[in-house]
Design a protein around this ligand. Structure first.
Ligand SMILES: [Zn+2]
Ligand SMILES: [Zn+2]
Length: 137
């Protein structure tokens, strides 16, 4: 991938038109810089099938996605999750139980600990179950 310095104007990755001034063309994740004309063209999200502007789409692992599906996909790849609990609103015992019983779907509880520099905040750390099992077998 070409490094875009602030001095040299980028070229539209689709039609090749150089931008009038450096930094004019918006960046499309996974695609590159595109001119405004191409940015307004419609692309189809490969997950929900909606037509969205290229500008608001992104490309992830070769698939064109709308913004909402992009967020969902990125979330899927997240291996760790930290959920916060507040001892001011519920007793510590409940927090410990809830951290375990209400683990997010597909995640395994790794640890529950006190939040950093806090006397009442707790953090429950989860790891994606597949990752957890891979590590343990
Ligand atoms: Zn273009
Ligand atoms: Zn979509």
């Amino acid at each position: 991938m070409q490094h875009t310095s602030t001095k040299s104007p980028a070229k539209c990755v689709i039609c090749g038109t150089p931008e009038p001034e450096p930094g004019t063309y918006p960046m499309v994740v996974g695609v590159g810089r595109v001119c405004l004309k191409d940015g307004m063209s419609k692309v189809k999200c490969e997950i929900c099938g909606n037509e969205v502007k290229l500008l608001t789409s992104s490309k992830l692992q070769g698939r064109t996605l709308c913004l909402a599906d992009h967020v969902k996909e990125v979330e899927k790849f997240r291996q760790h999750l930290v959920v916060g609990f507040d001892e001011d609103t519920e007793p510590a015992a409940t927090i410990l139980t809830r951290a375990f019983t209400e683990a997010p779907e597909g995640y395994t509880l790794l640890a529950v600990r006190r939040g950093r520099n806090s006397t009442h905040l707790w953090e429950a750390e989860y790891e994606k179950t597949e990752v957890f099992q891979m590590r343990c077998s």
